[in-house]
Design a protein around this ligand. Structure first.
Ligand code: FEO
Length: 164
């Protein structure tokens, strides 16, 4: 059983994860509009992963006897600029999500809610990976700069990501 305050915070995180899915799907559409199909595929896979995150929170709220309540999901931007700019946004967004997860951990610890603290540790580890992956791609894009050949290679590389 989680407290009402925790239930509300977990519900808020469901919406935040769904917004992440919406944001990455929008980035995918941005890339599709530029015929960067590999970048677009990577974003679709990322969007699907974010929906999994949302549903993990959903499952936990239900499992602990809480009530899942959806809120409105903000409209994402439509245009994001060149690939380097997009991945700057991805990294910025993932850092924001990390802060949200950390705030949930702090709340769980304030409330001595060890079950939720334990549940959240999966996300703590996941965020380390999410930030590292986004930063890794961003650093490569910085090296590539404006070289079309490099962008083409990166498009092929990112297109290898499996869509779940
Ligand atoms: Fe669910 Fe990418 O954080």
């Amino acid at each position: 059983m989680v407290s009402k305050k925790m239930e509300k915070a977990l519900n808020k995180q469901i919406t935040a994860e769904m917004y992440s899915a919406y944001l990455y799907a929008a980035m995918g559409a941005h890339f599709d509009a530029q015929n960067l199909d590999g970048f677009a595929k990577w974003m679709r896979a990322q969007a699907a992963e974010e929906m999994e995150h949302a549903m993990k929170f959903y499952g936990y709220v239900v499992e602990t006897g809480g009530r899942v309540i959806f809120e409105a999901i903000d409209k994402p931007p439509a245009d994001f600029g060149k690939p380097e700019k997009v991945f700057e946004e991805v990294l910025k967004h993932e850092r924001k999500v990390t802060r949200l997860i950390n705030a949930l951990v702090e709340l769980a610890r304030d409330e001595k809610d060890y079950a939720t603290d334990n549940f959240l540790q999966w996300f703590v580890a996941e965020q380390v990976e999410e930030e590292a992956v986004a930063d890794g791609i961003l650093q490569k894009l910085k090296m590539i700069g404006e070289h079309p050949h490099g962008i083409f290679m990166m498009n092929a590389k990112l297109g290898e990501r499996k869509e779940s």
